[in-house]
Design a protein around this ligand. Sequence first.
Ligand code: R5P
Length: 292
Amino acid sequence: MTKFTVISGSSSEDLAKKVAKKLRANLIKSQLKIFPDGESKITLNEKPQKNKIIVIQSTYPPVDEKLIQTLAIISKAKEYGTEVIVVIPYMGYARQDREFLPGEVITMKVIANLFKSVGTSKIIVVDIHSLLGLKYFKIKTKNVSAIPDLAKYISKLKLKNPLVVSPDKGGKDRAKEFAKILNVEYIFLDKERNRKTGKVKIKSTNFDQIAGRDLILVDDMISTGGSIIKATEFLKKQKCNRVFVACTHALLRNDAENKIKKAGVTKIISTNTIPGNTSLVDISGMIVKAII
Ligand code: R5P
């Protein structure tokens, strides 16, 4: 009997396959049917063995649908498993981790309680927006960093005098870690987001280090692309060479990929927490390390 059984939700089939292969675990897929009224119906293809079960499902858009599907799979897995470890490669709602404006619901807290109530023993996430989000889970948690894998990919590109840039102060430590692996310098910009409209602007003044260099803009996620576009426009004005974007989660909503390319970005590199055109970096190895 293998030690683990992996159950994949429909949003992370490829990643689940890679994780199961590395763990030499049995892989069970789930069938998803959406009823005309929008309800999700999930059926596991096989009955899991009574051992440690790993559920893998990313909650990228449609986020609410994916979340309810994930909770449903976990509750079924709990009927069989002695322990249910849940891997959420992209955790939706992680940006709603505090009350920014009076009256706002901290939805991350609500979601955390739901994961516990359906029987999650431990939750593993990848580069969650902020570690505060994990504090709401009253179970074991682990945040996996995709930075080493992203940096390894970038290190193979032939970049000209590279400089790592974070589009905001909140990403400073991420940029620092990335730059350390590449053994290059880093800077961070001063970004301001209007909490009501969501619009961003860069408030930084010019930097001496930018002109003529290839830049790597590092972020945890791209949603609408607003942050990356504003940062790229700011950096291009200062006569940088090429701009590469390395991020863990590429949601790329509202035609963001085209808009980012139009702003002058040479290439977007993201991970397979969200499968798509830009997901060039596989993080299954890091997930396996967090499981065993
Ligand atoms: C913000 O603090 C995050 O790290 C990302 O920079 C942000 O969520 C990306 O969103 P968008 O692409 O819509 O600017």
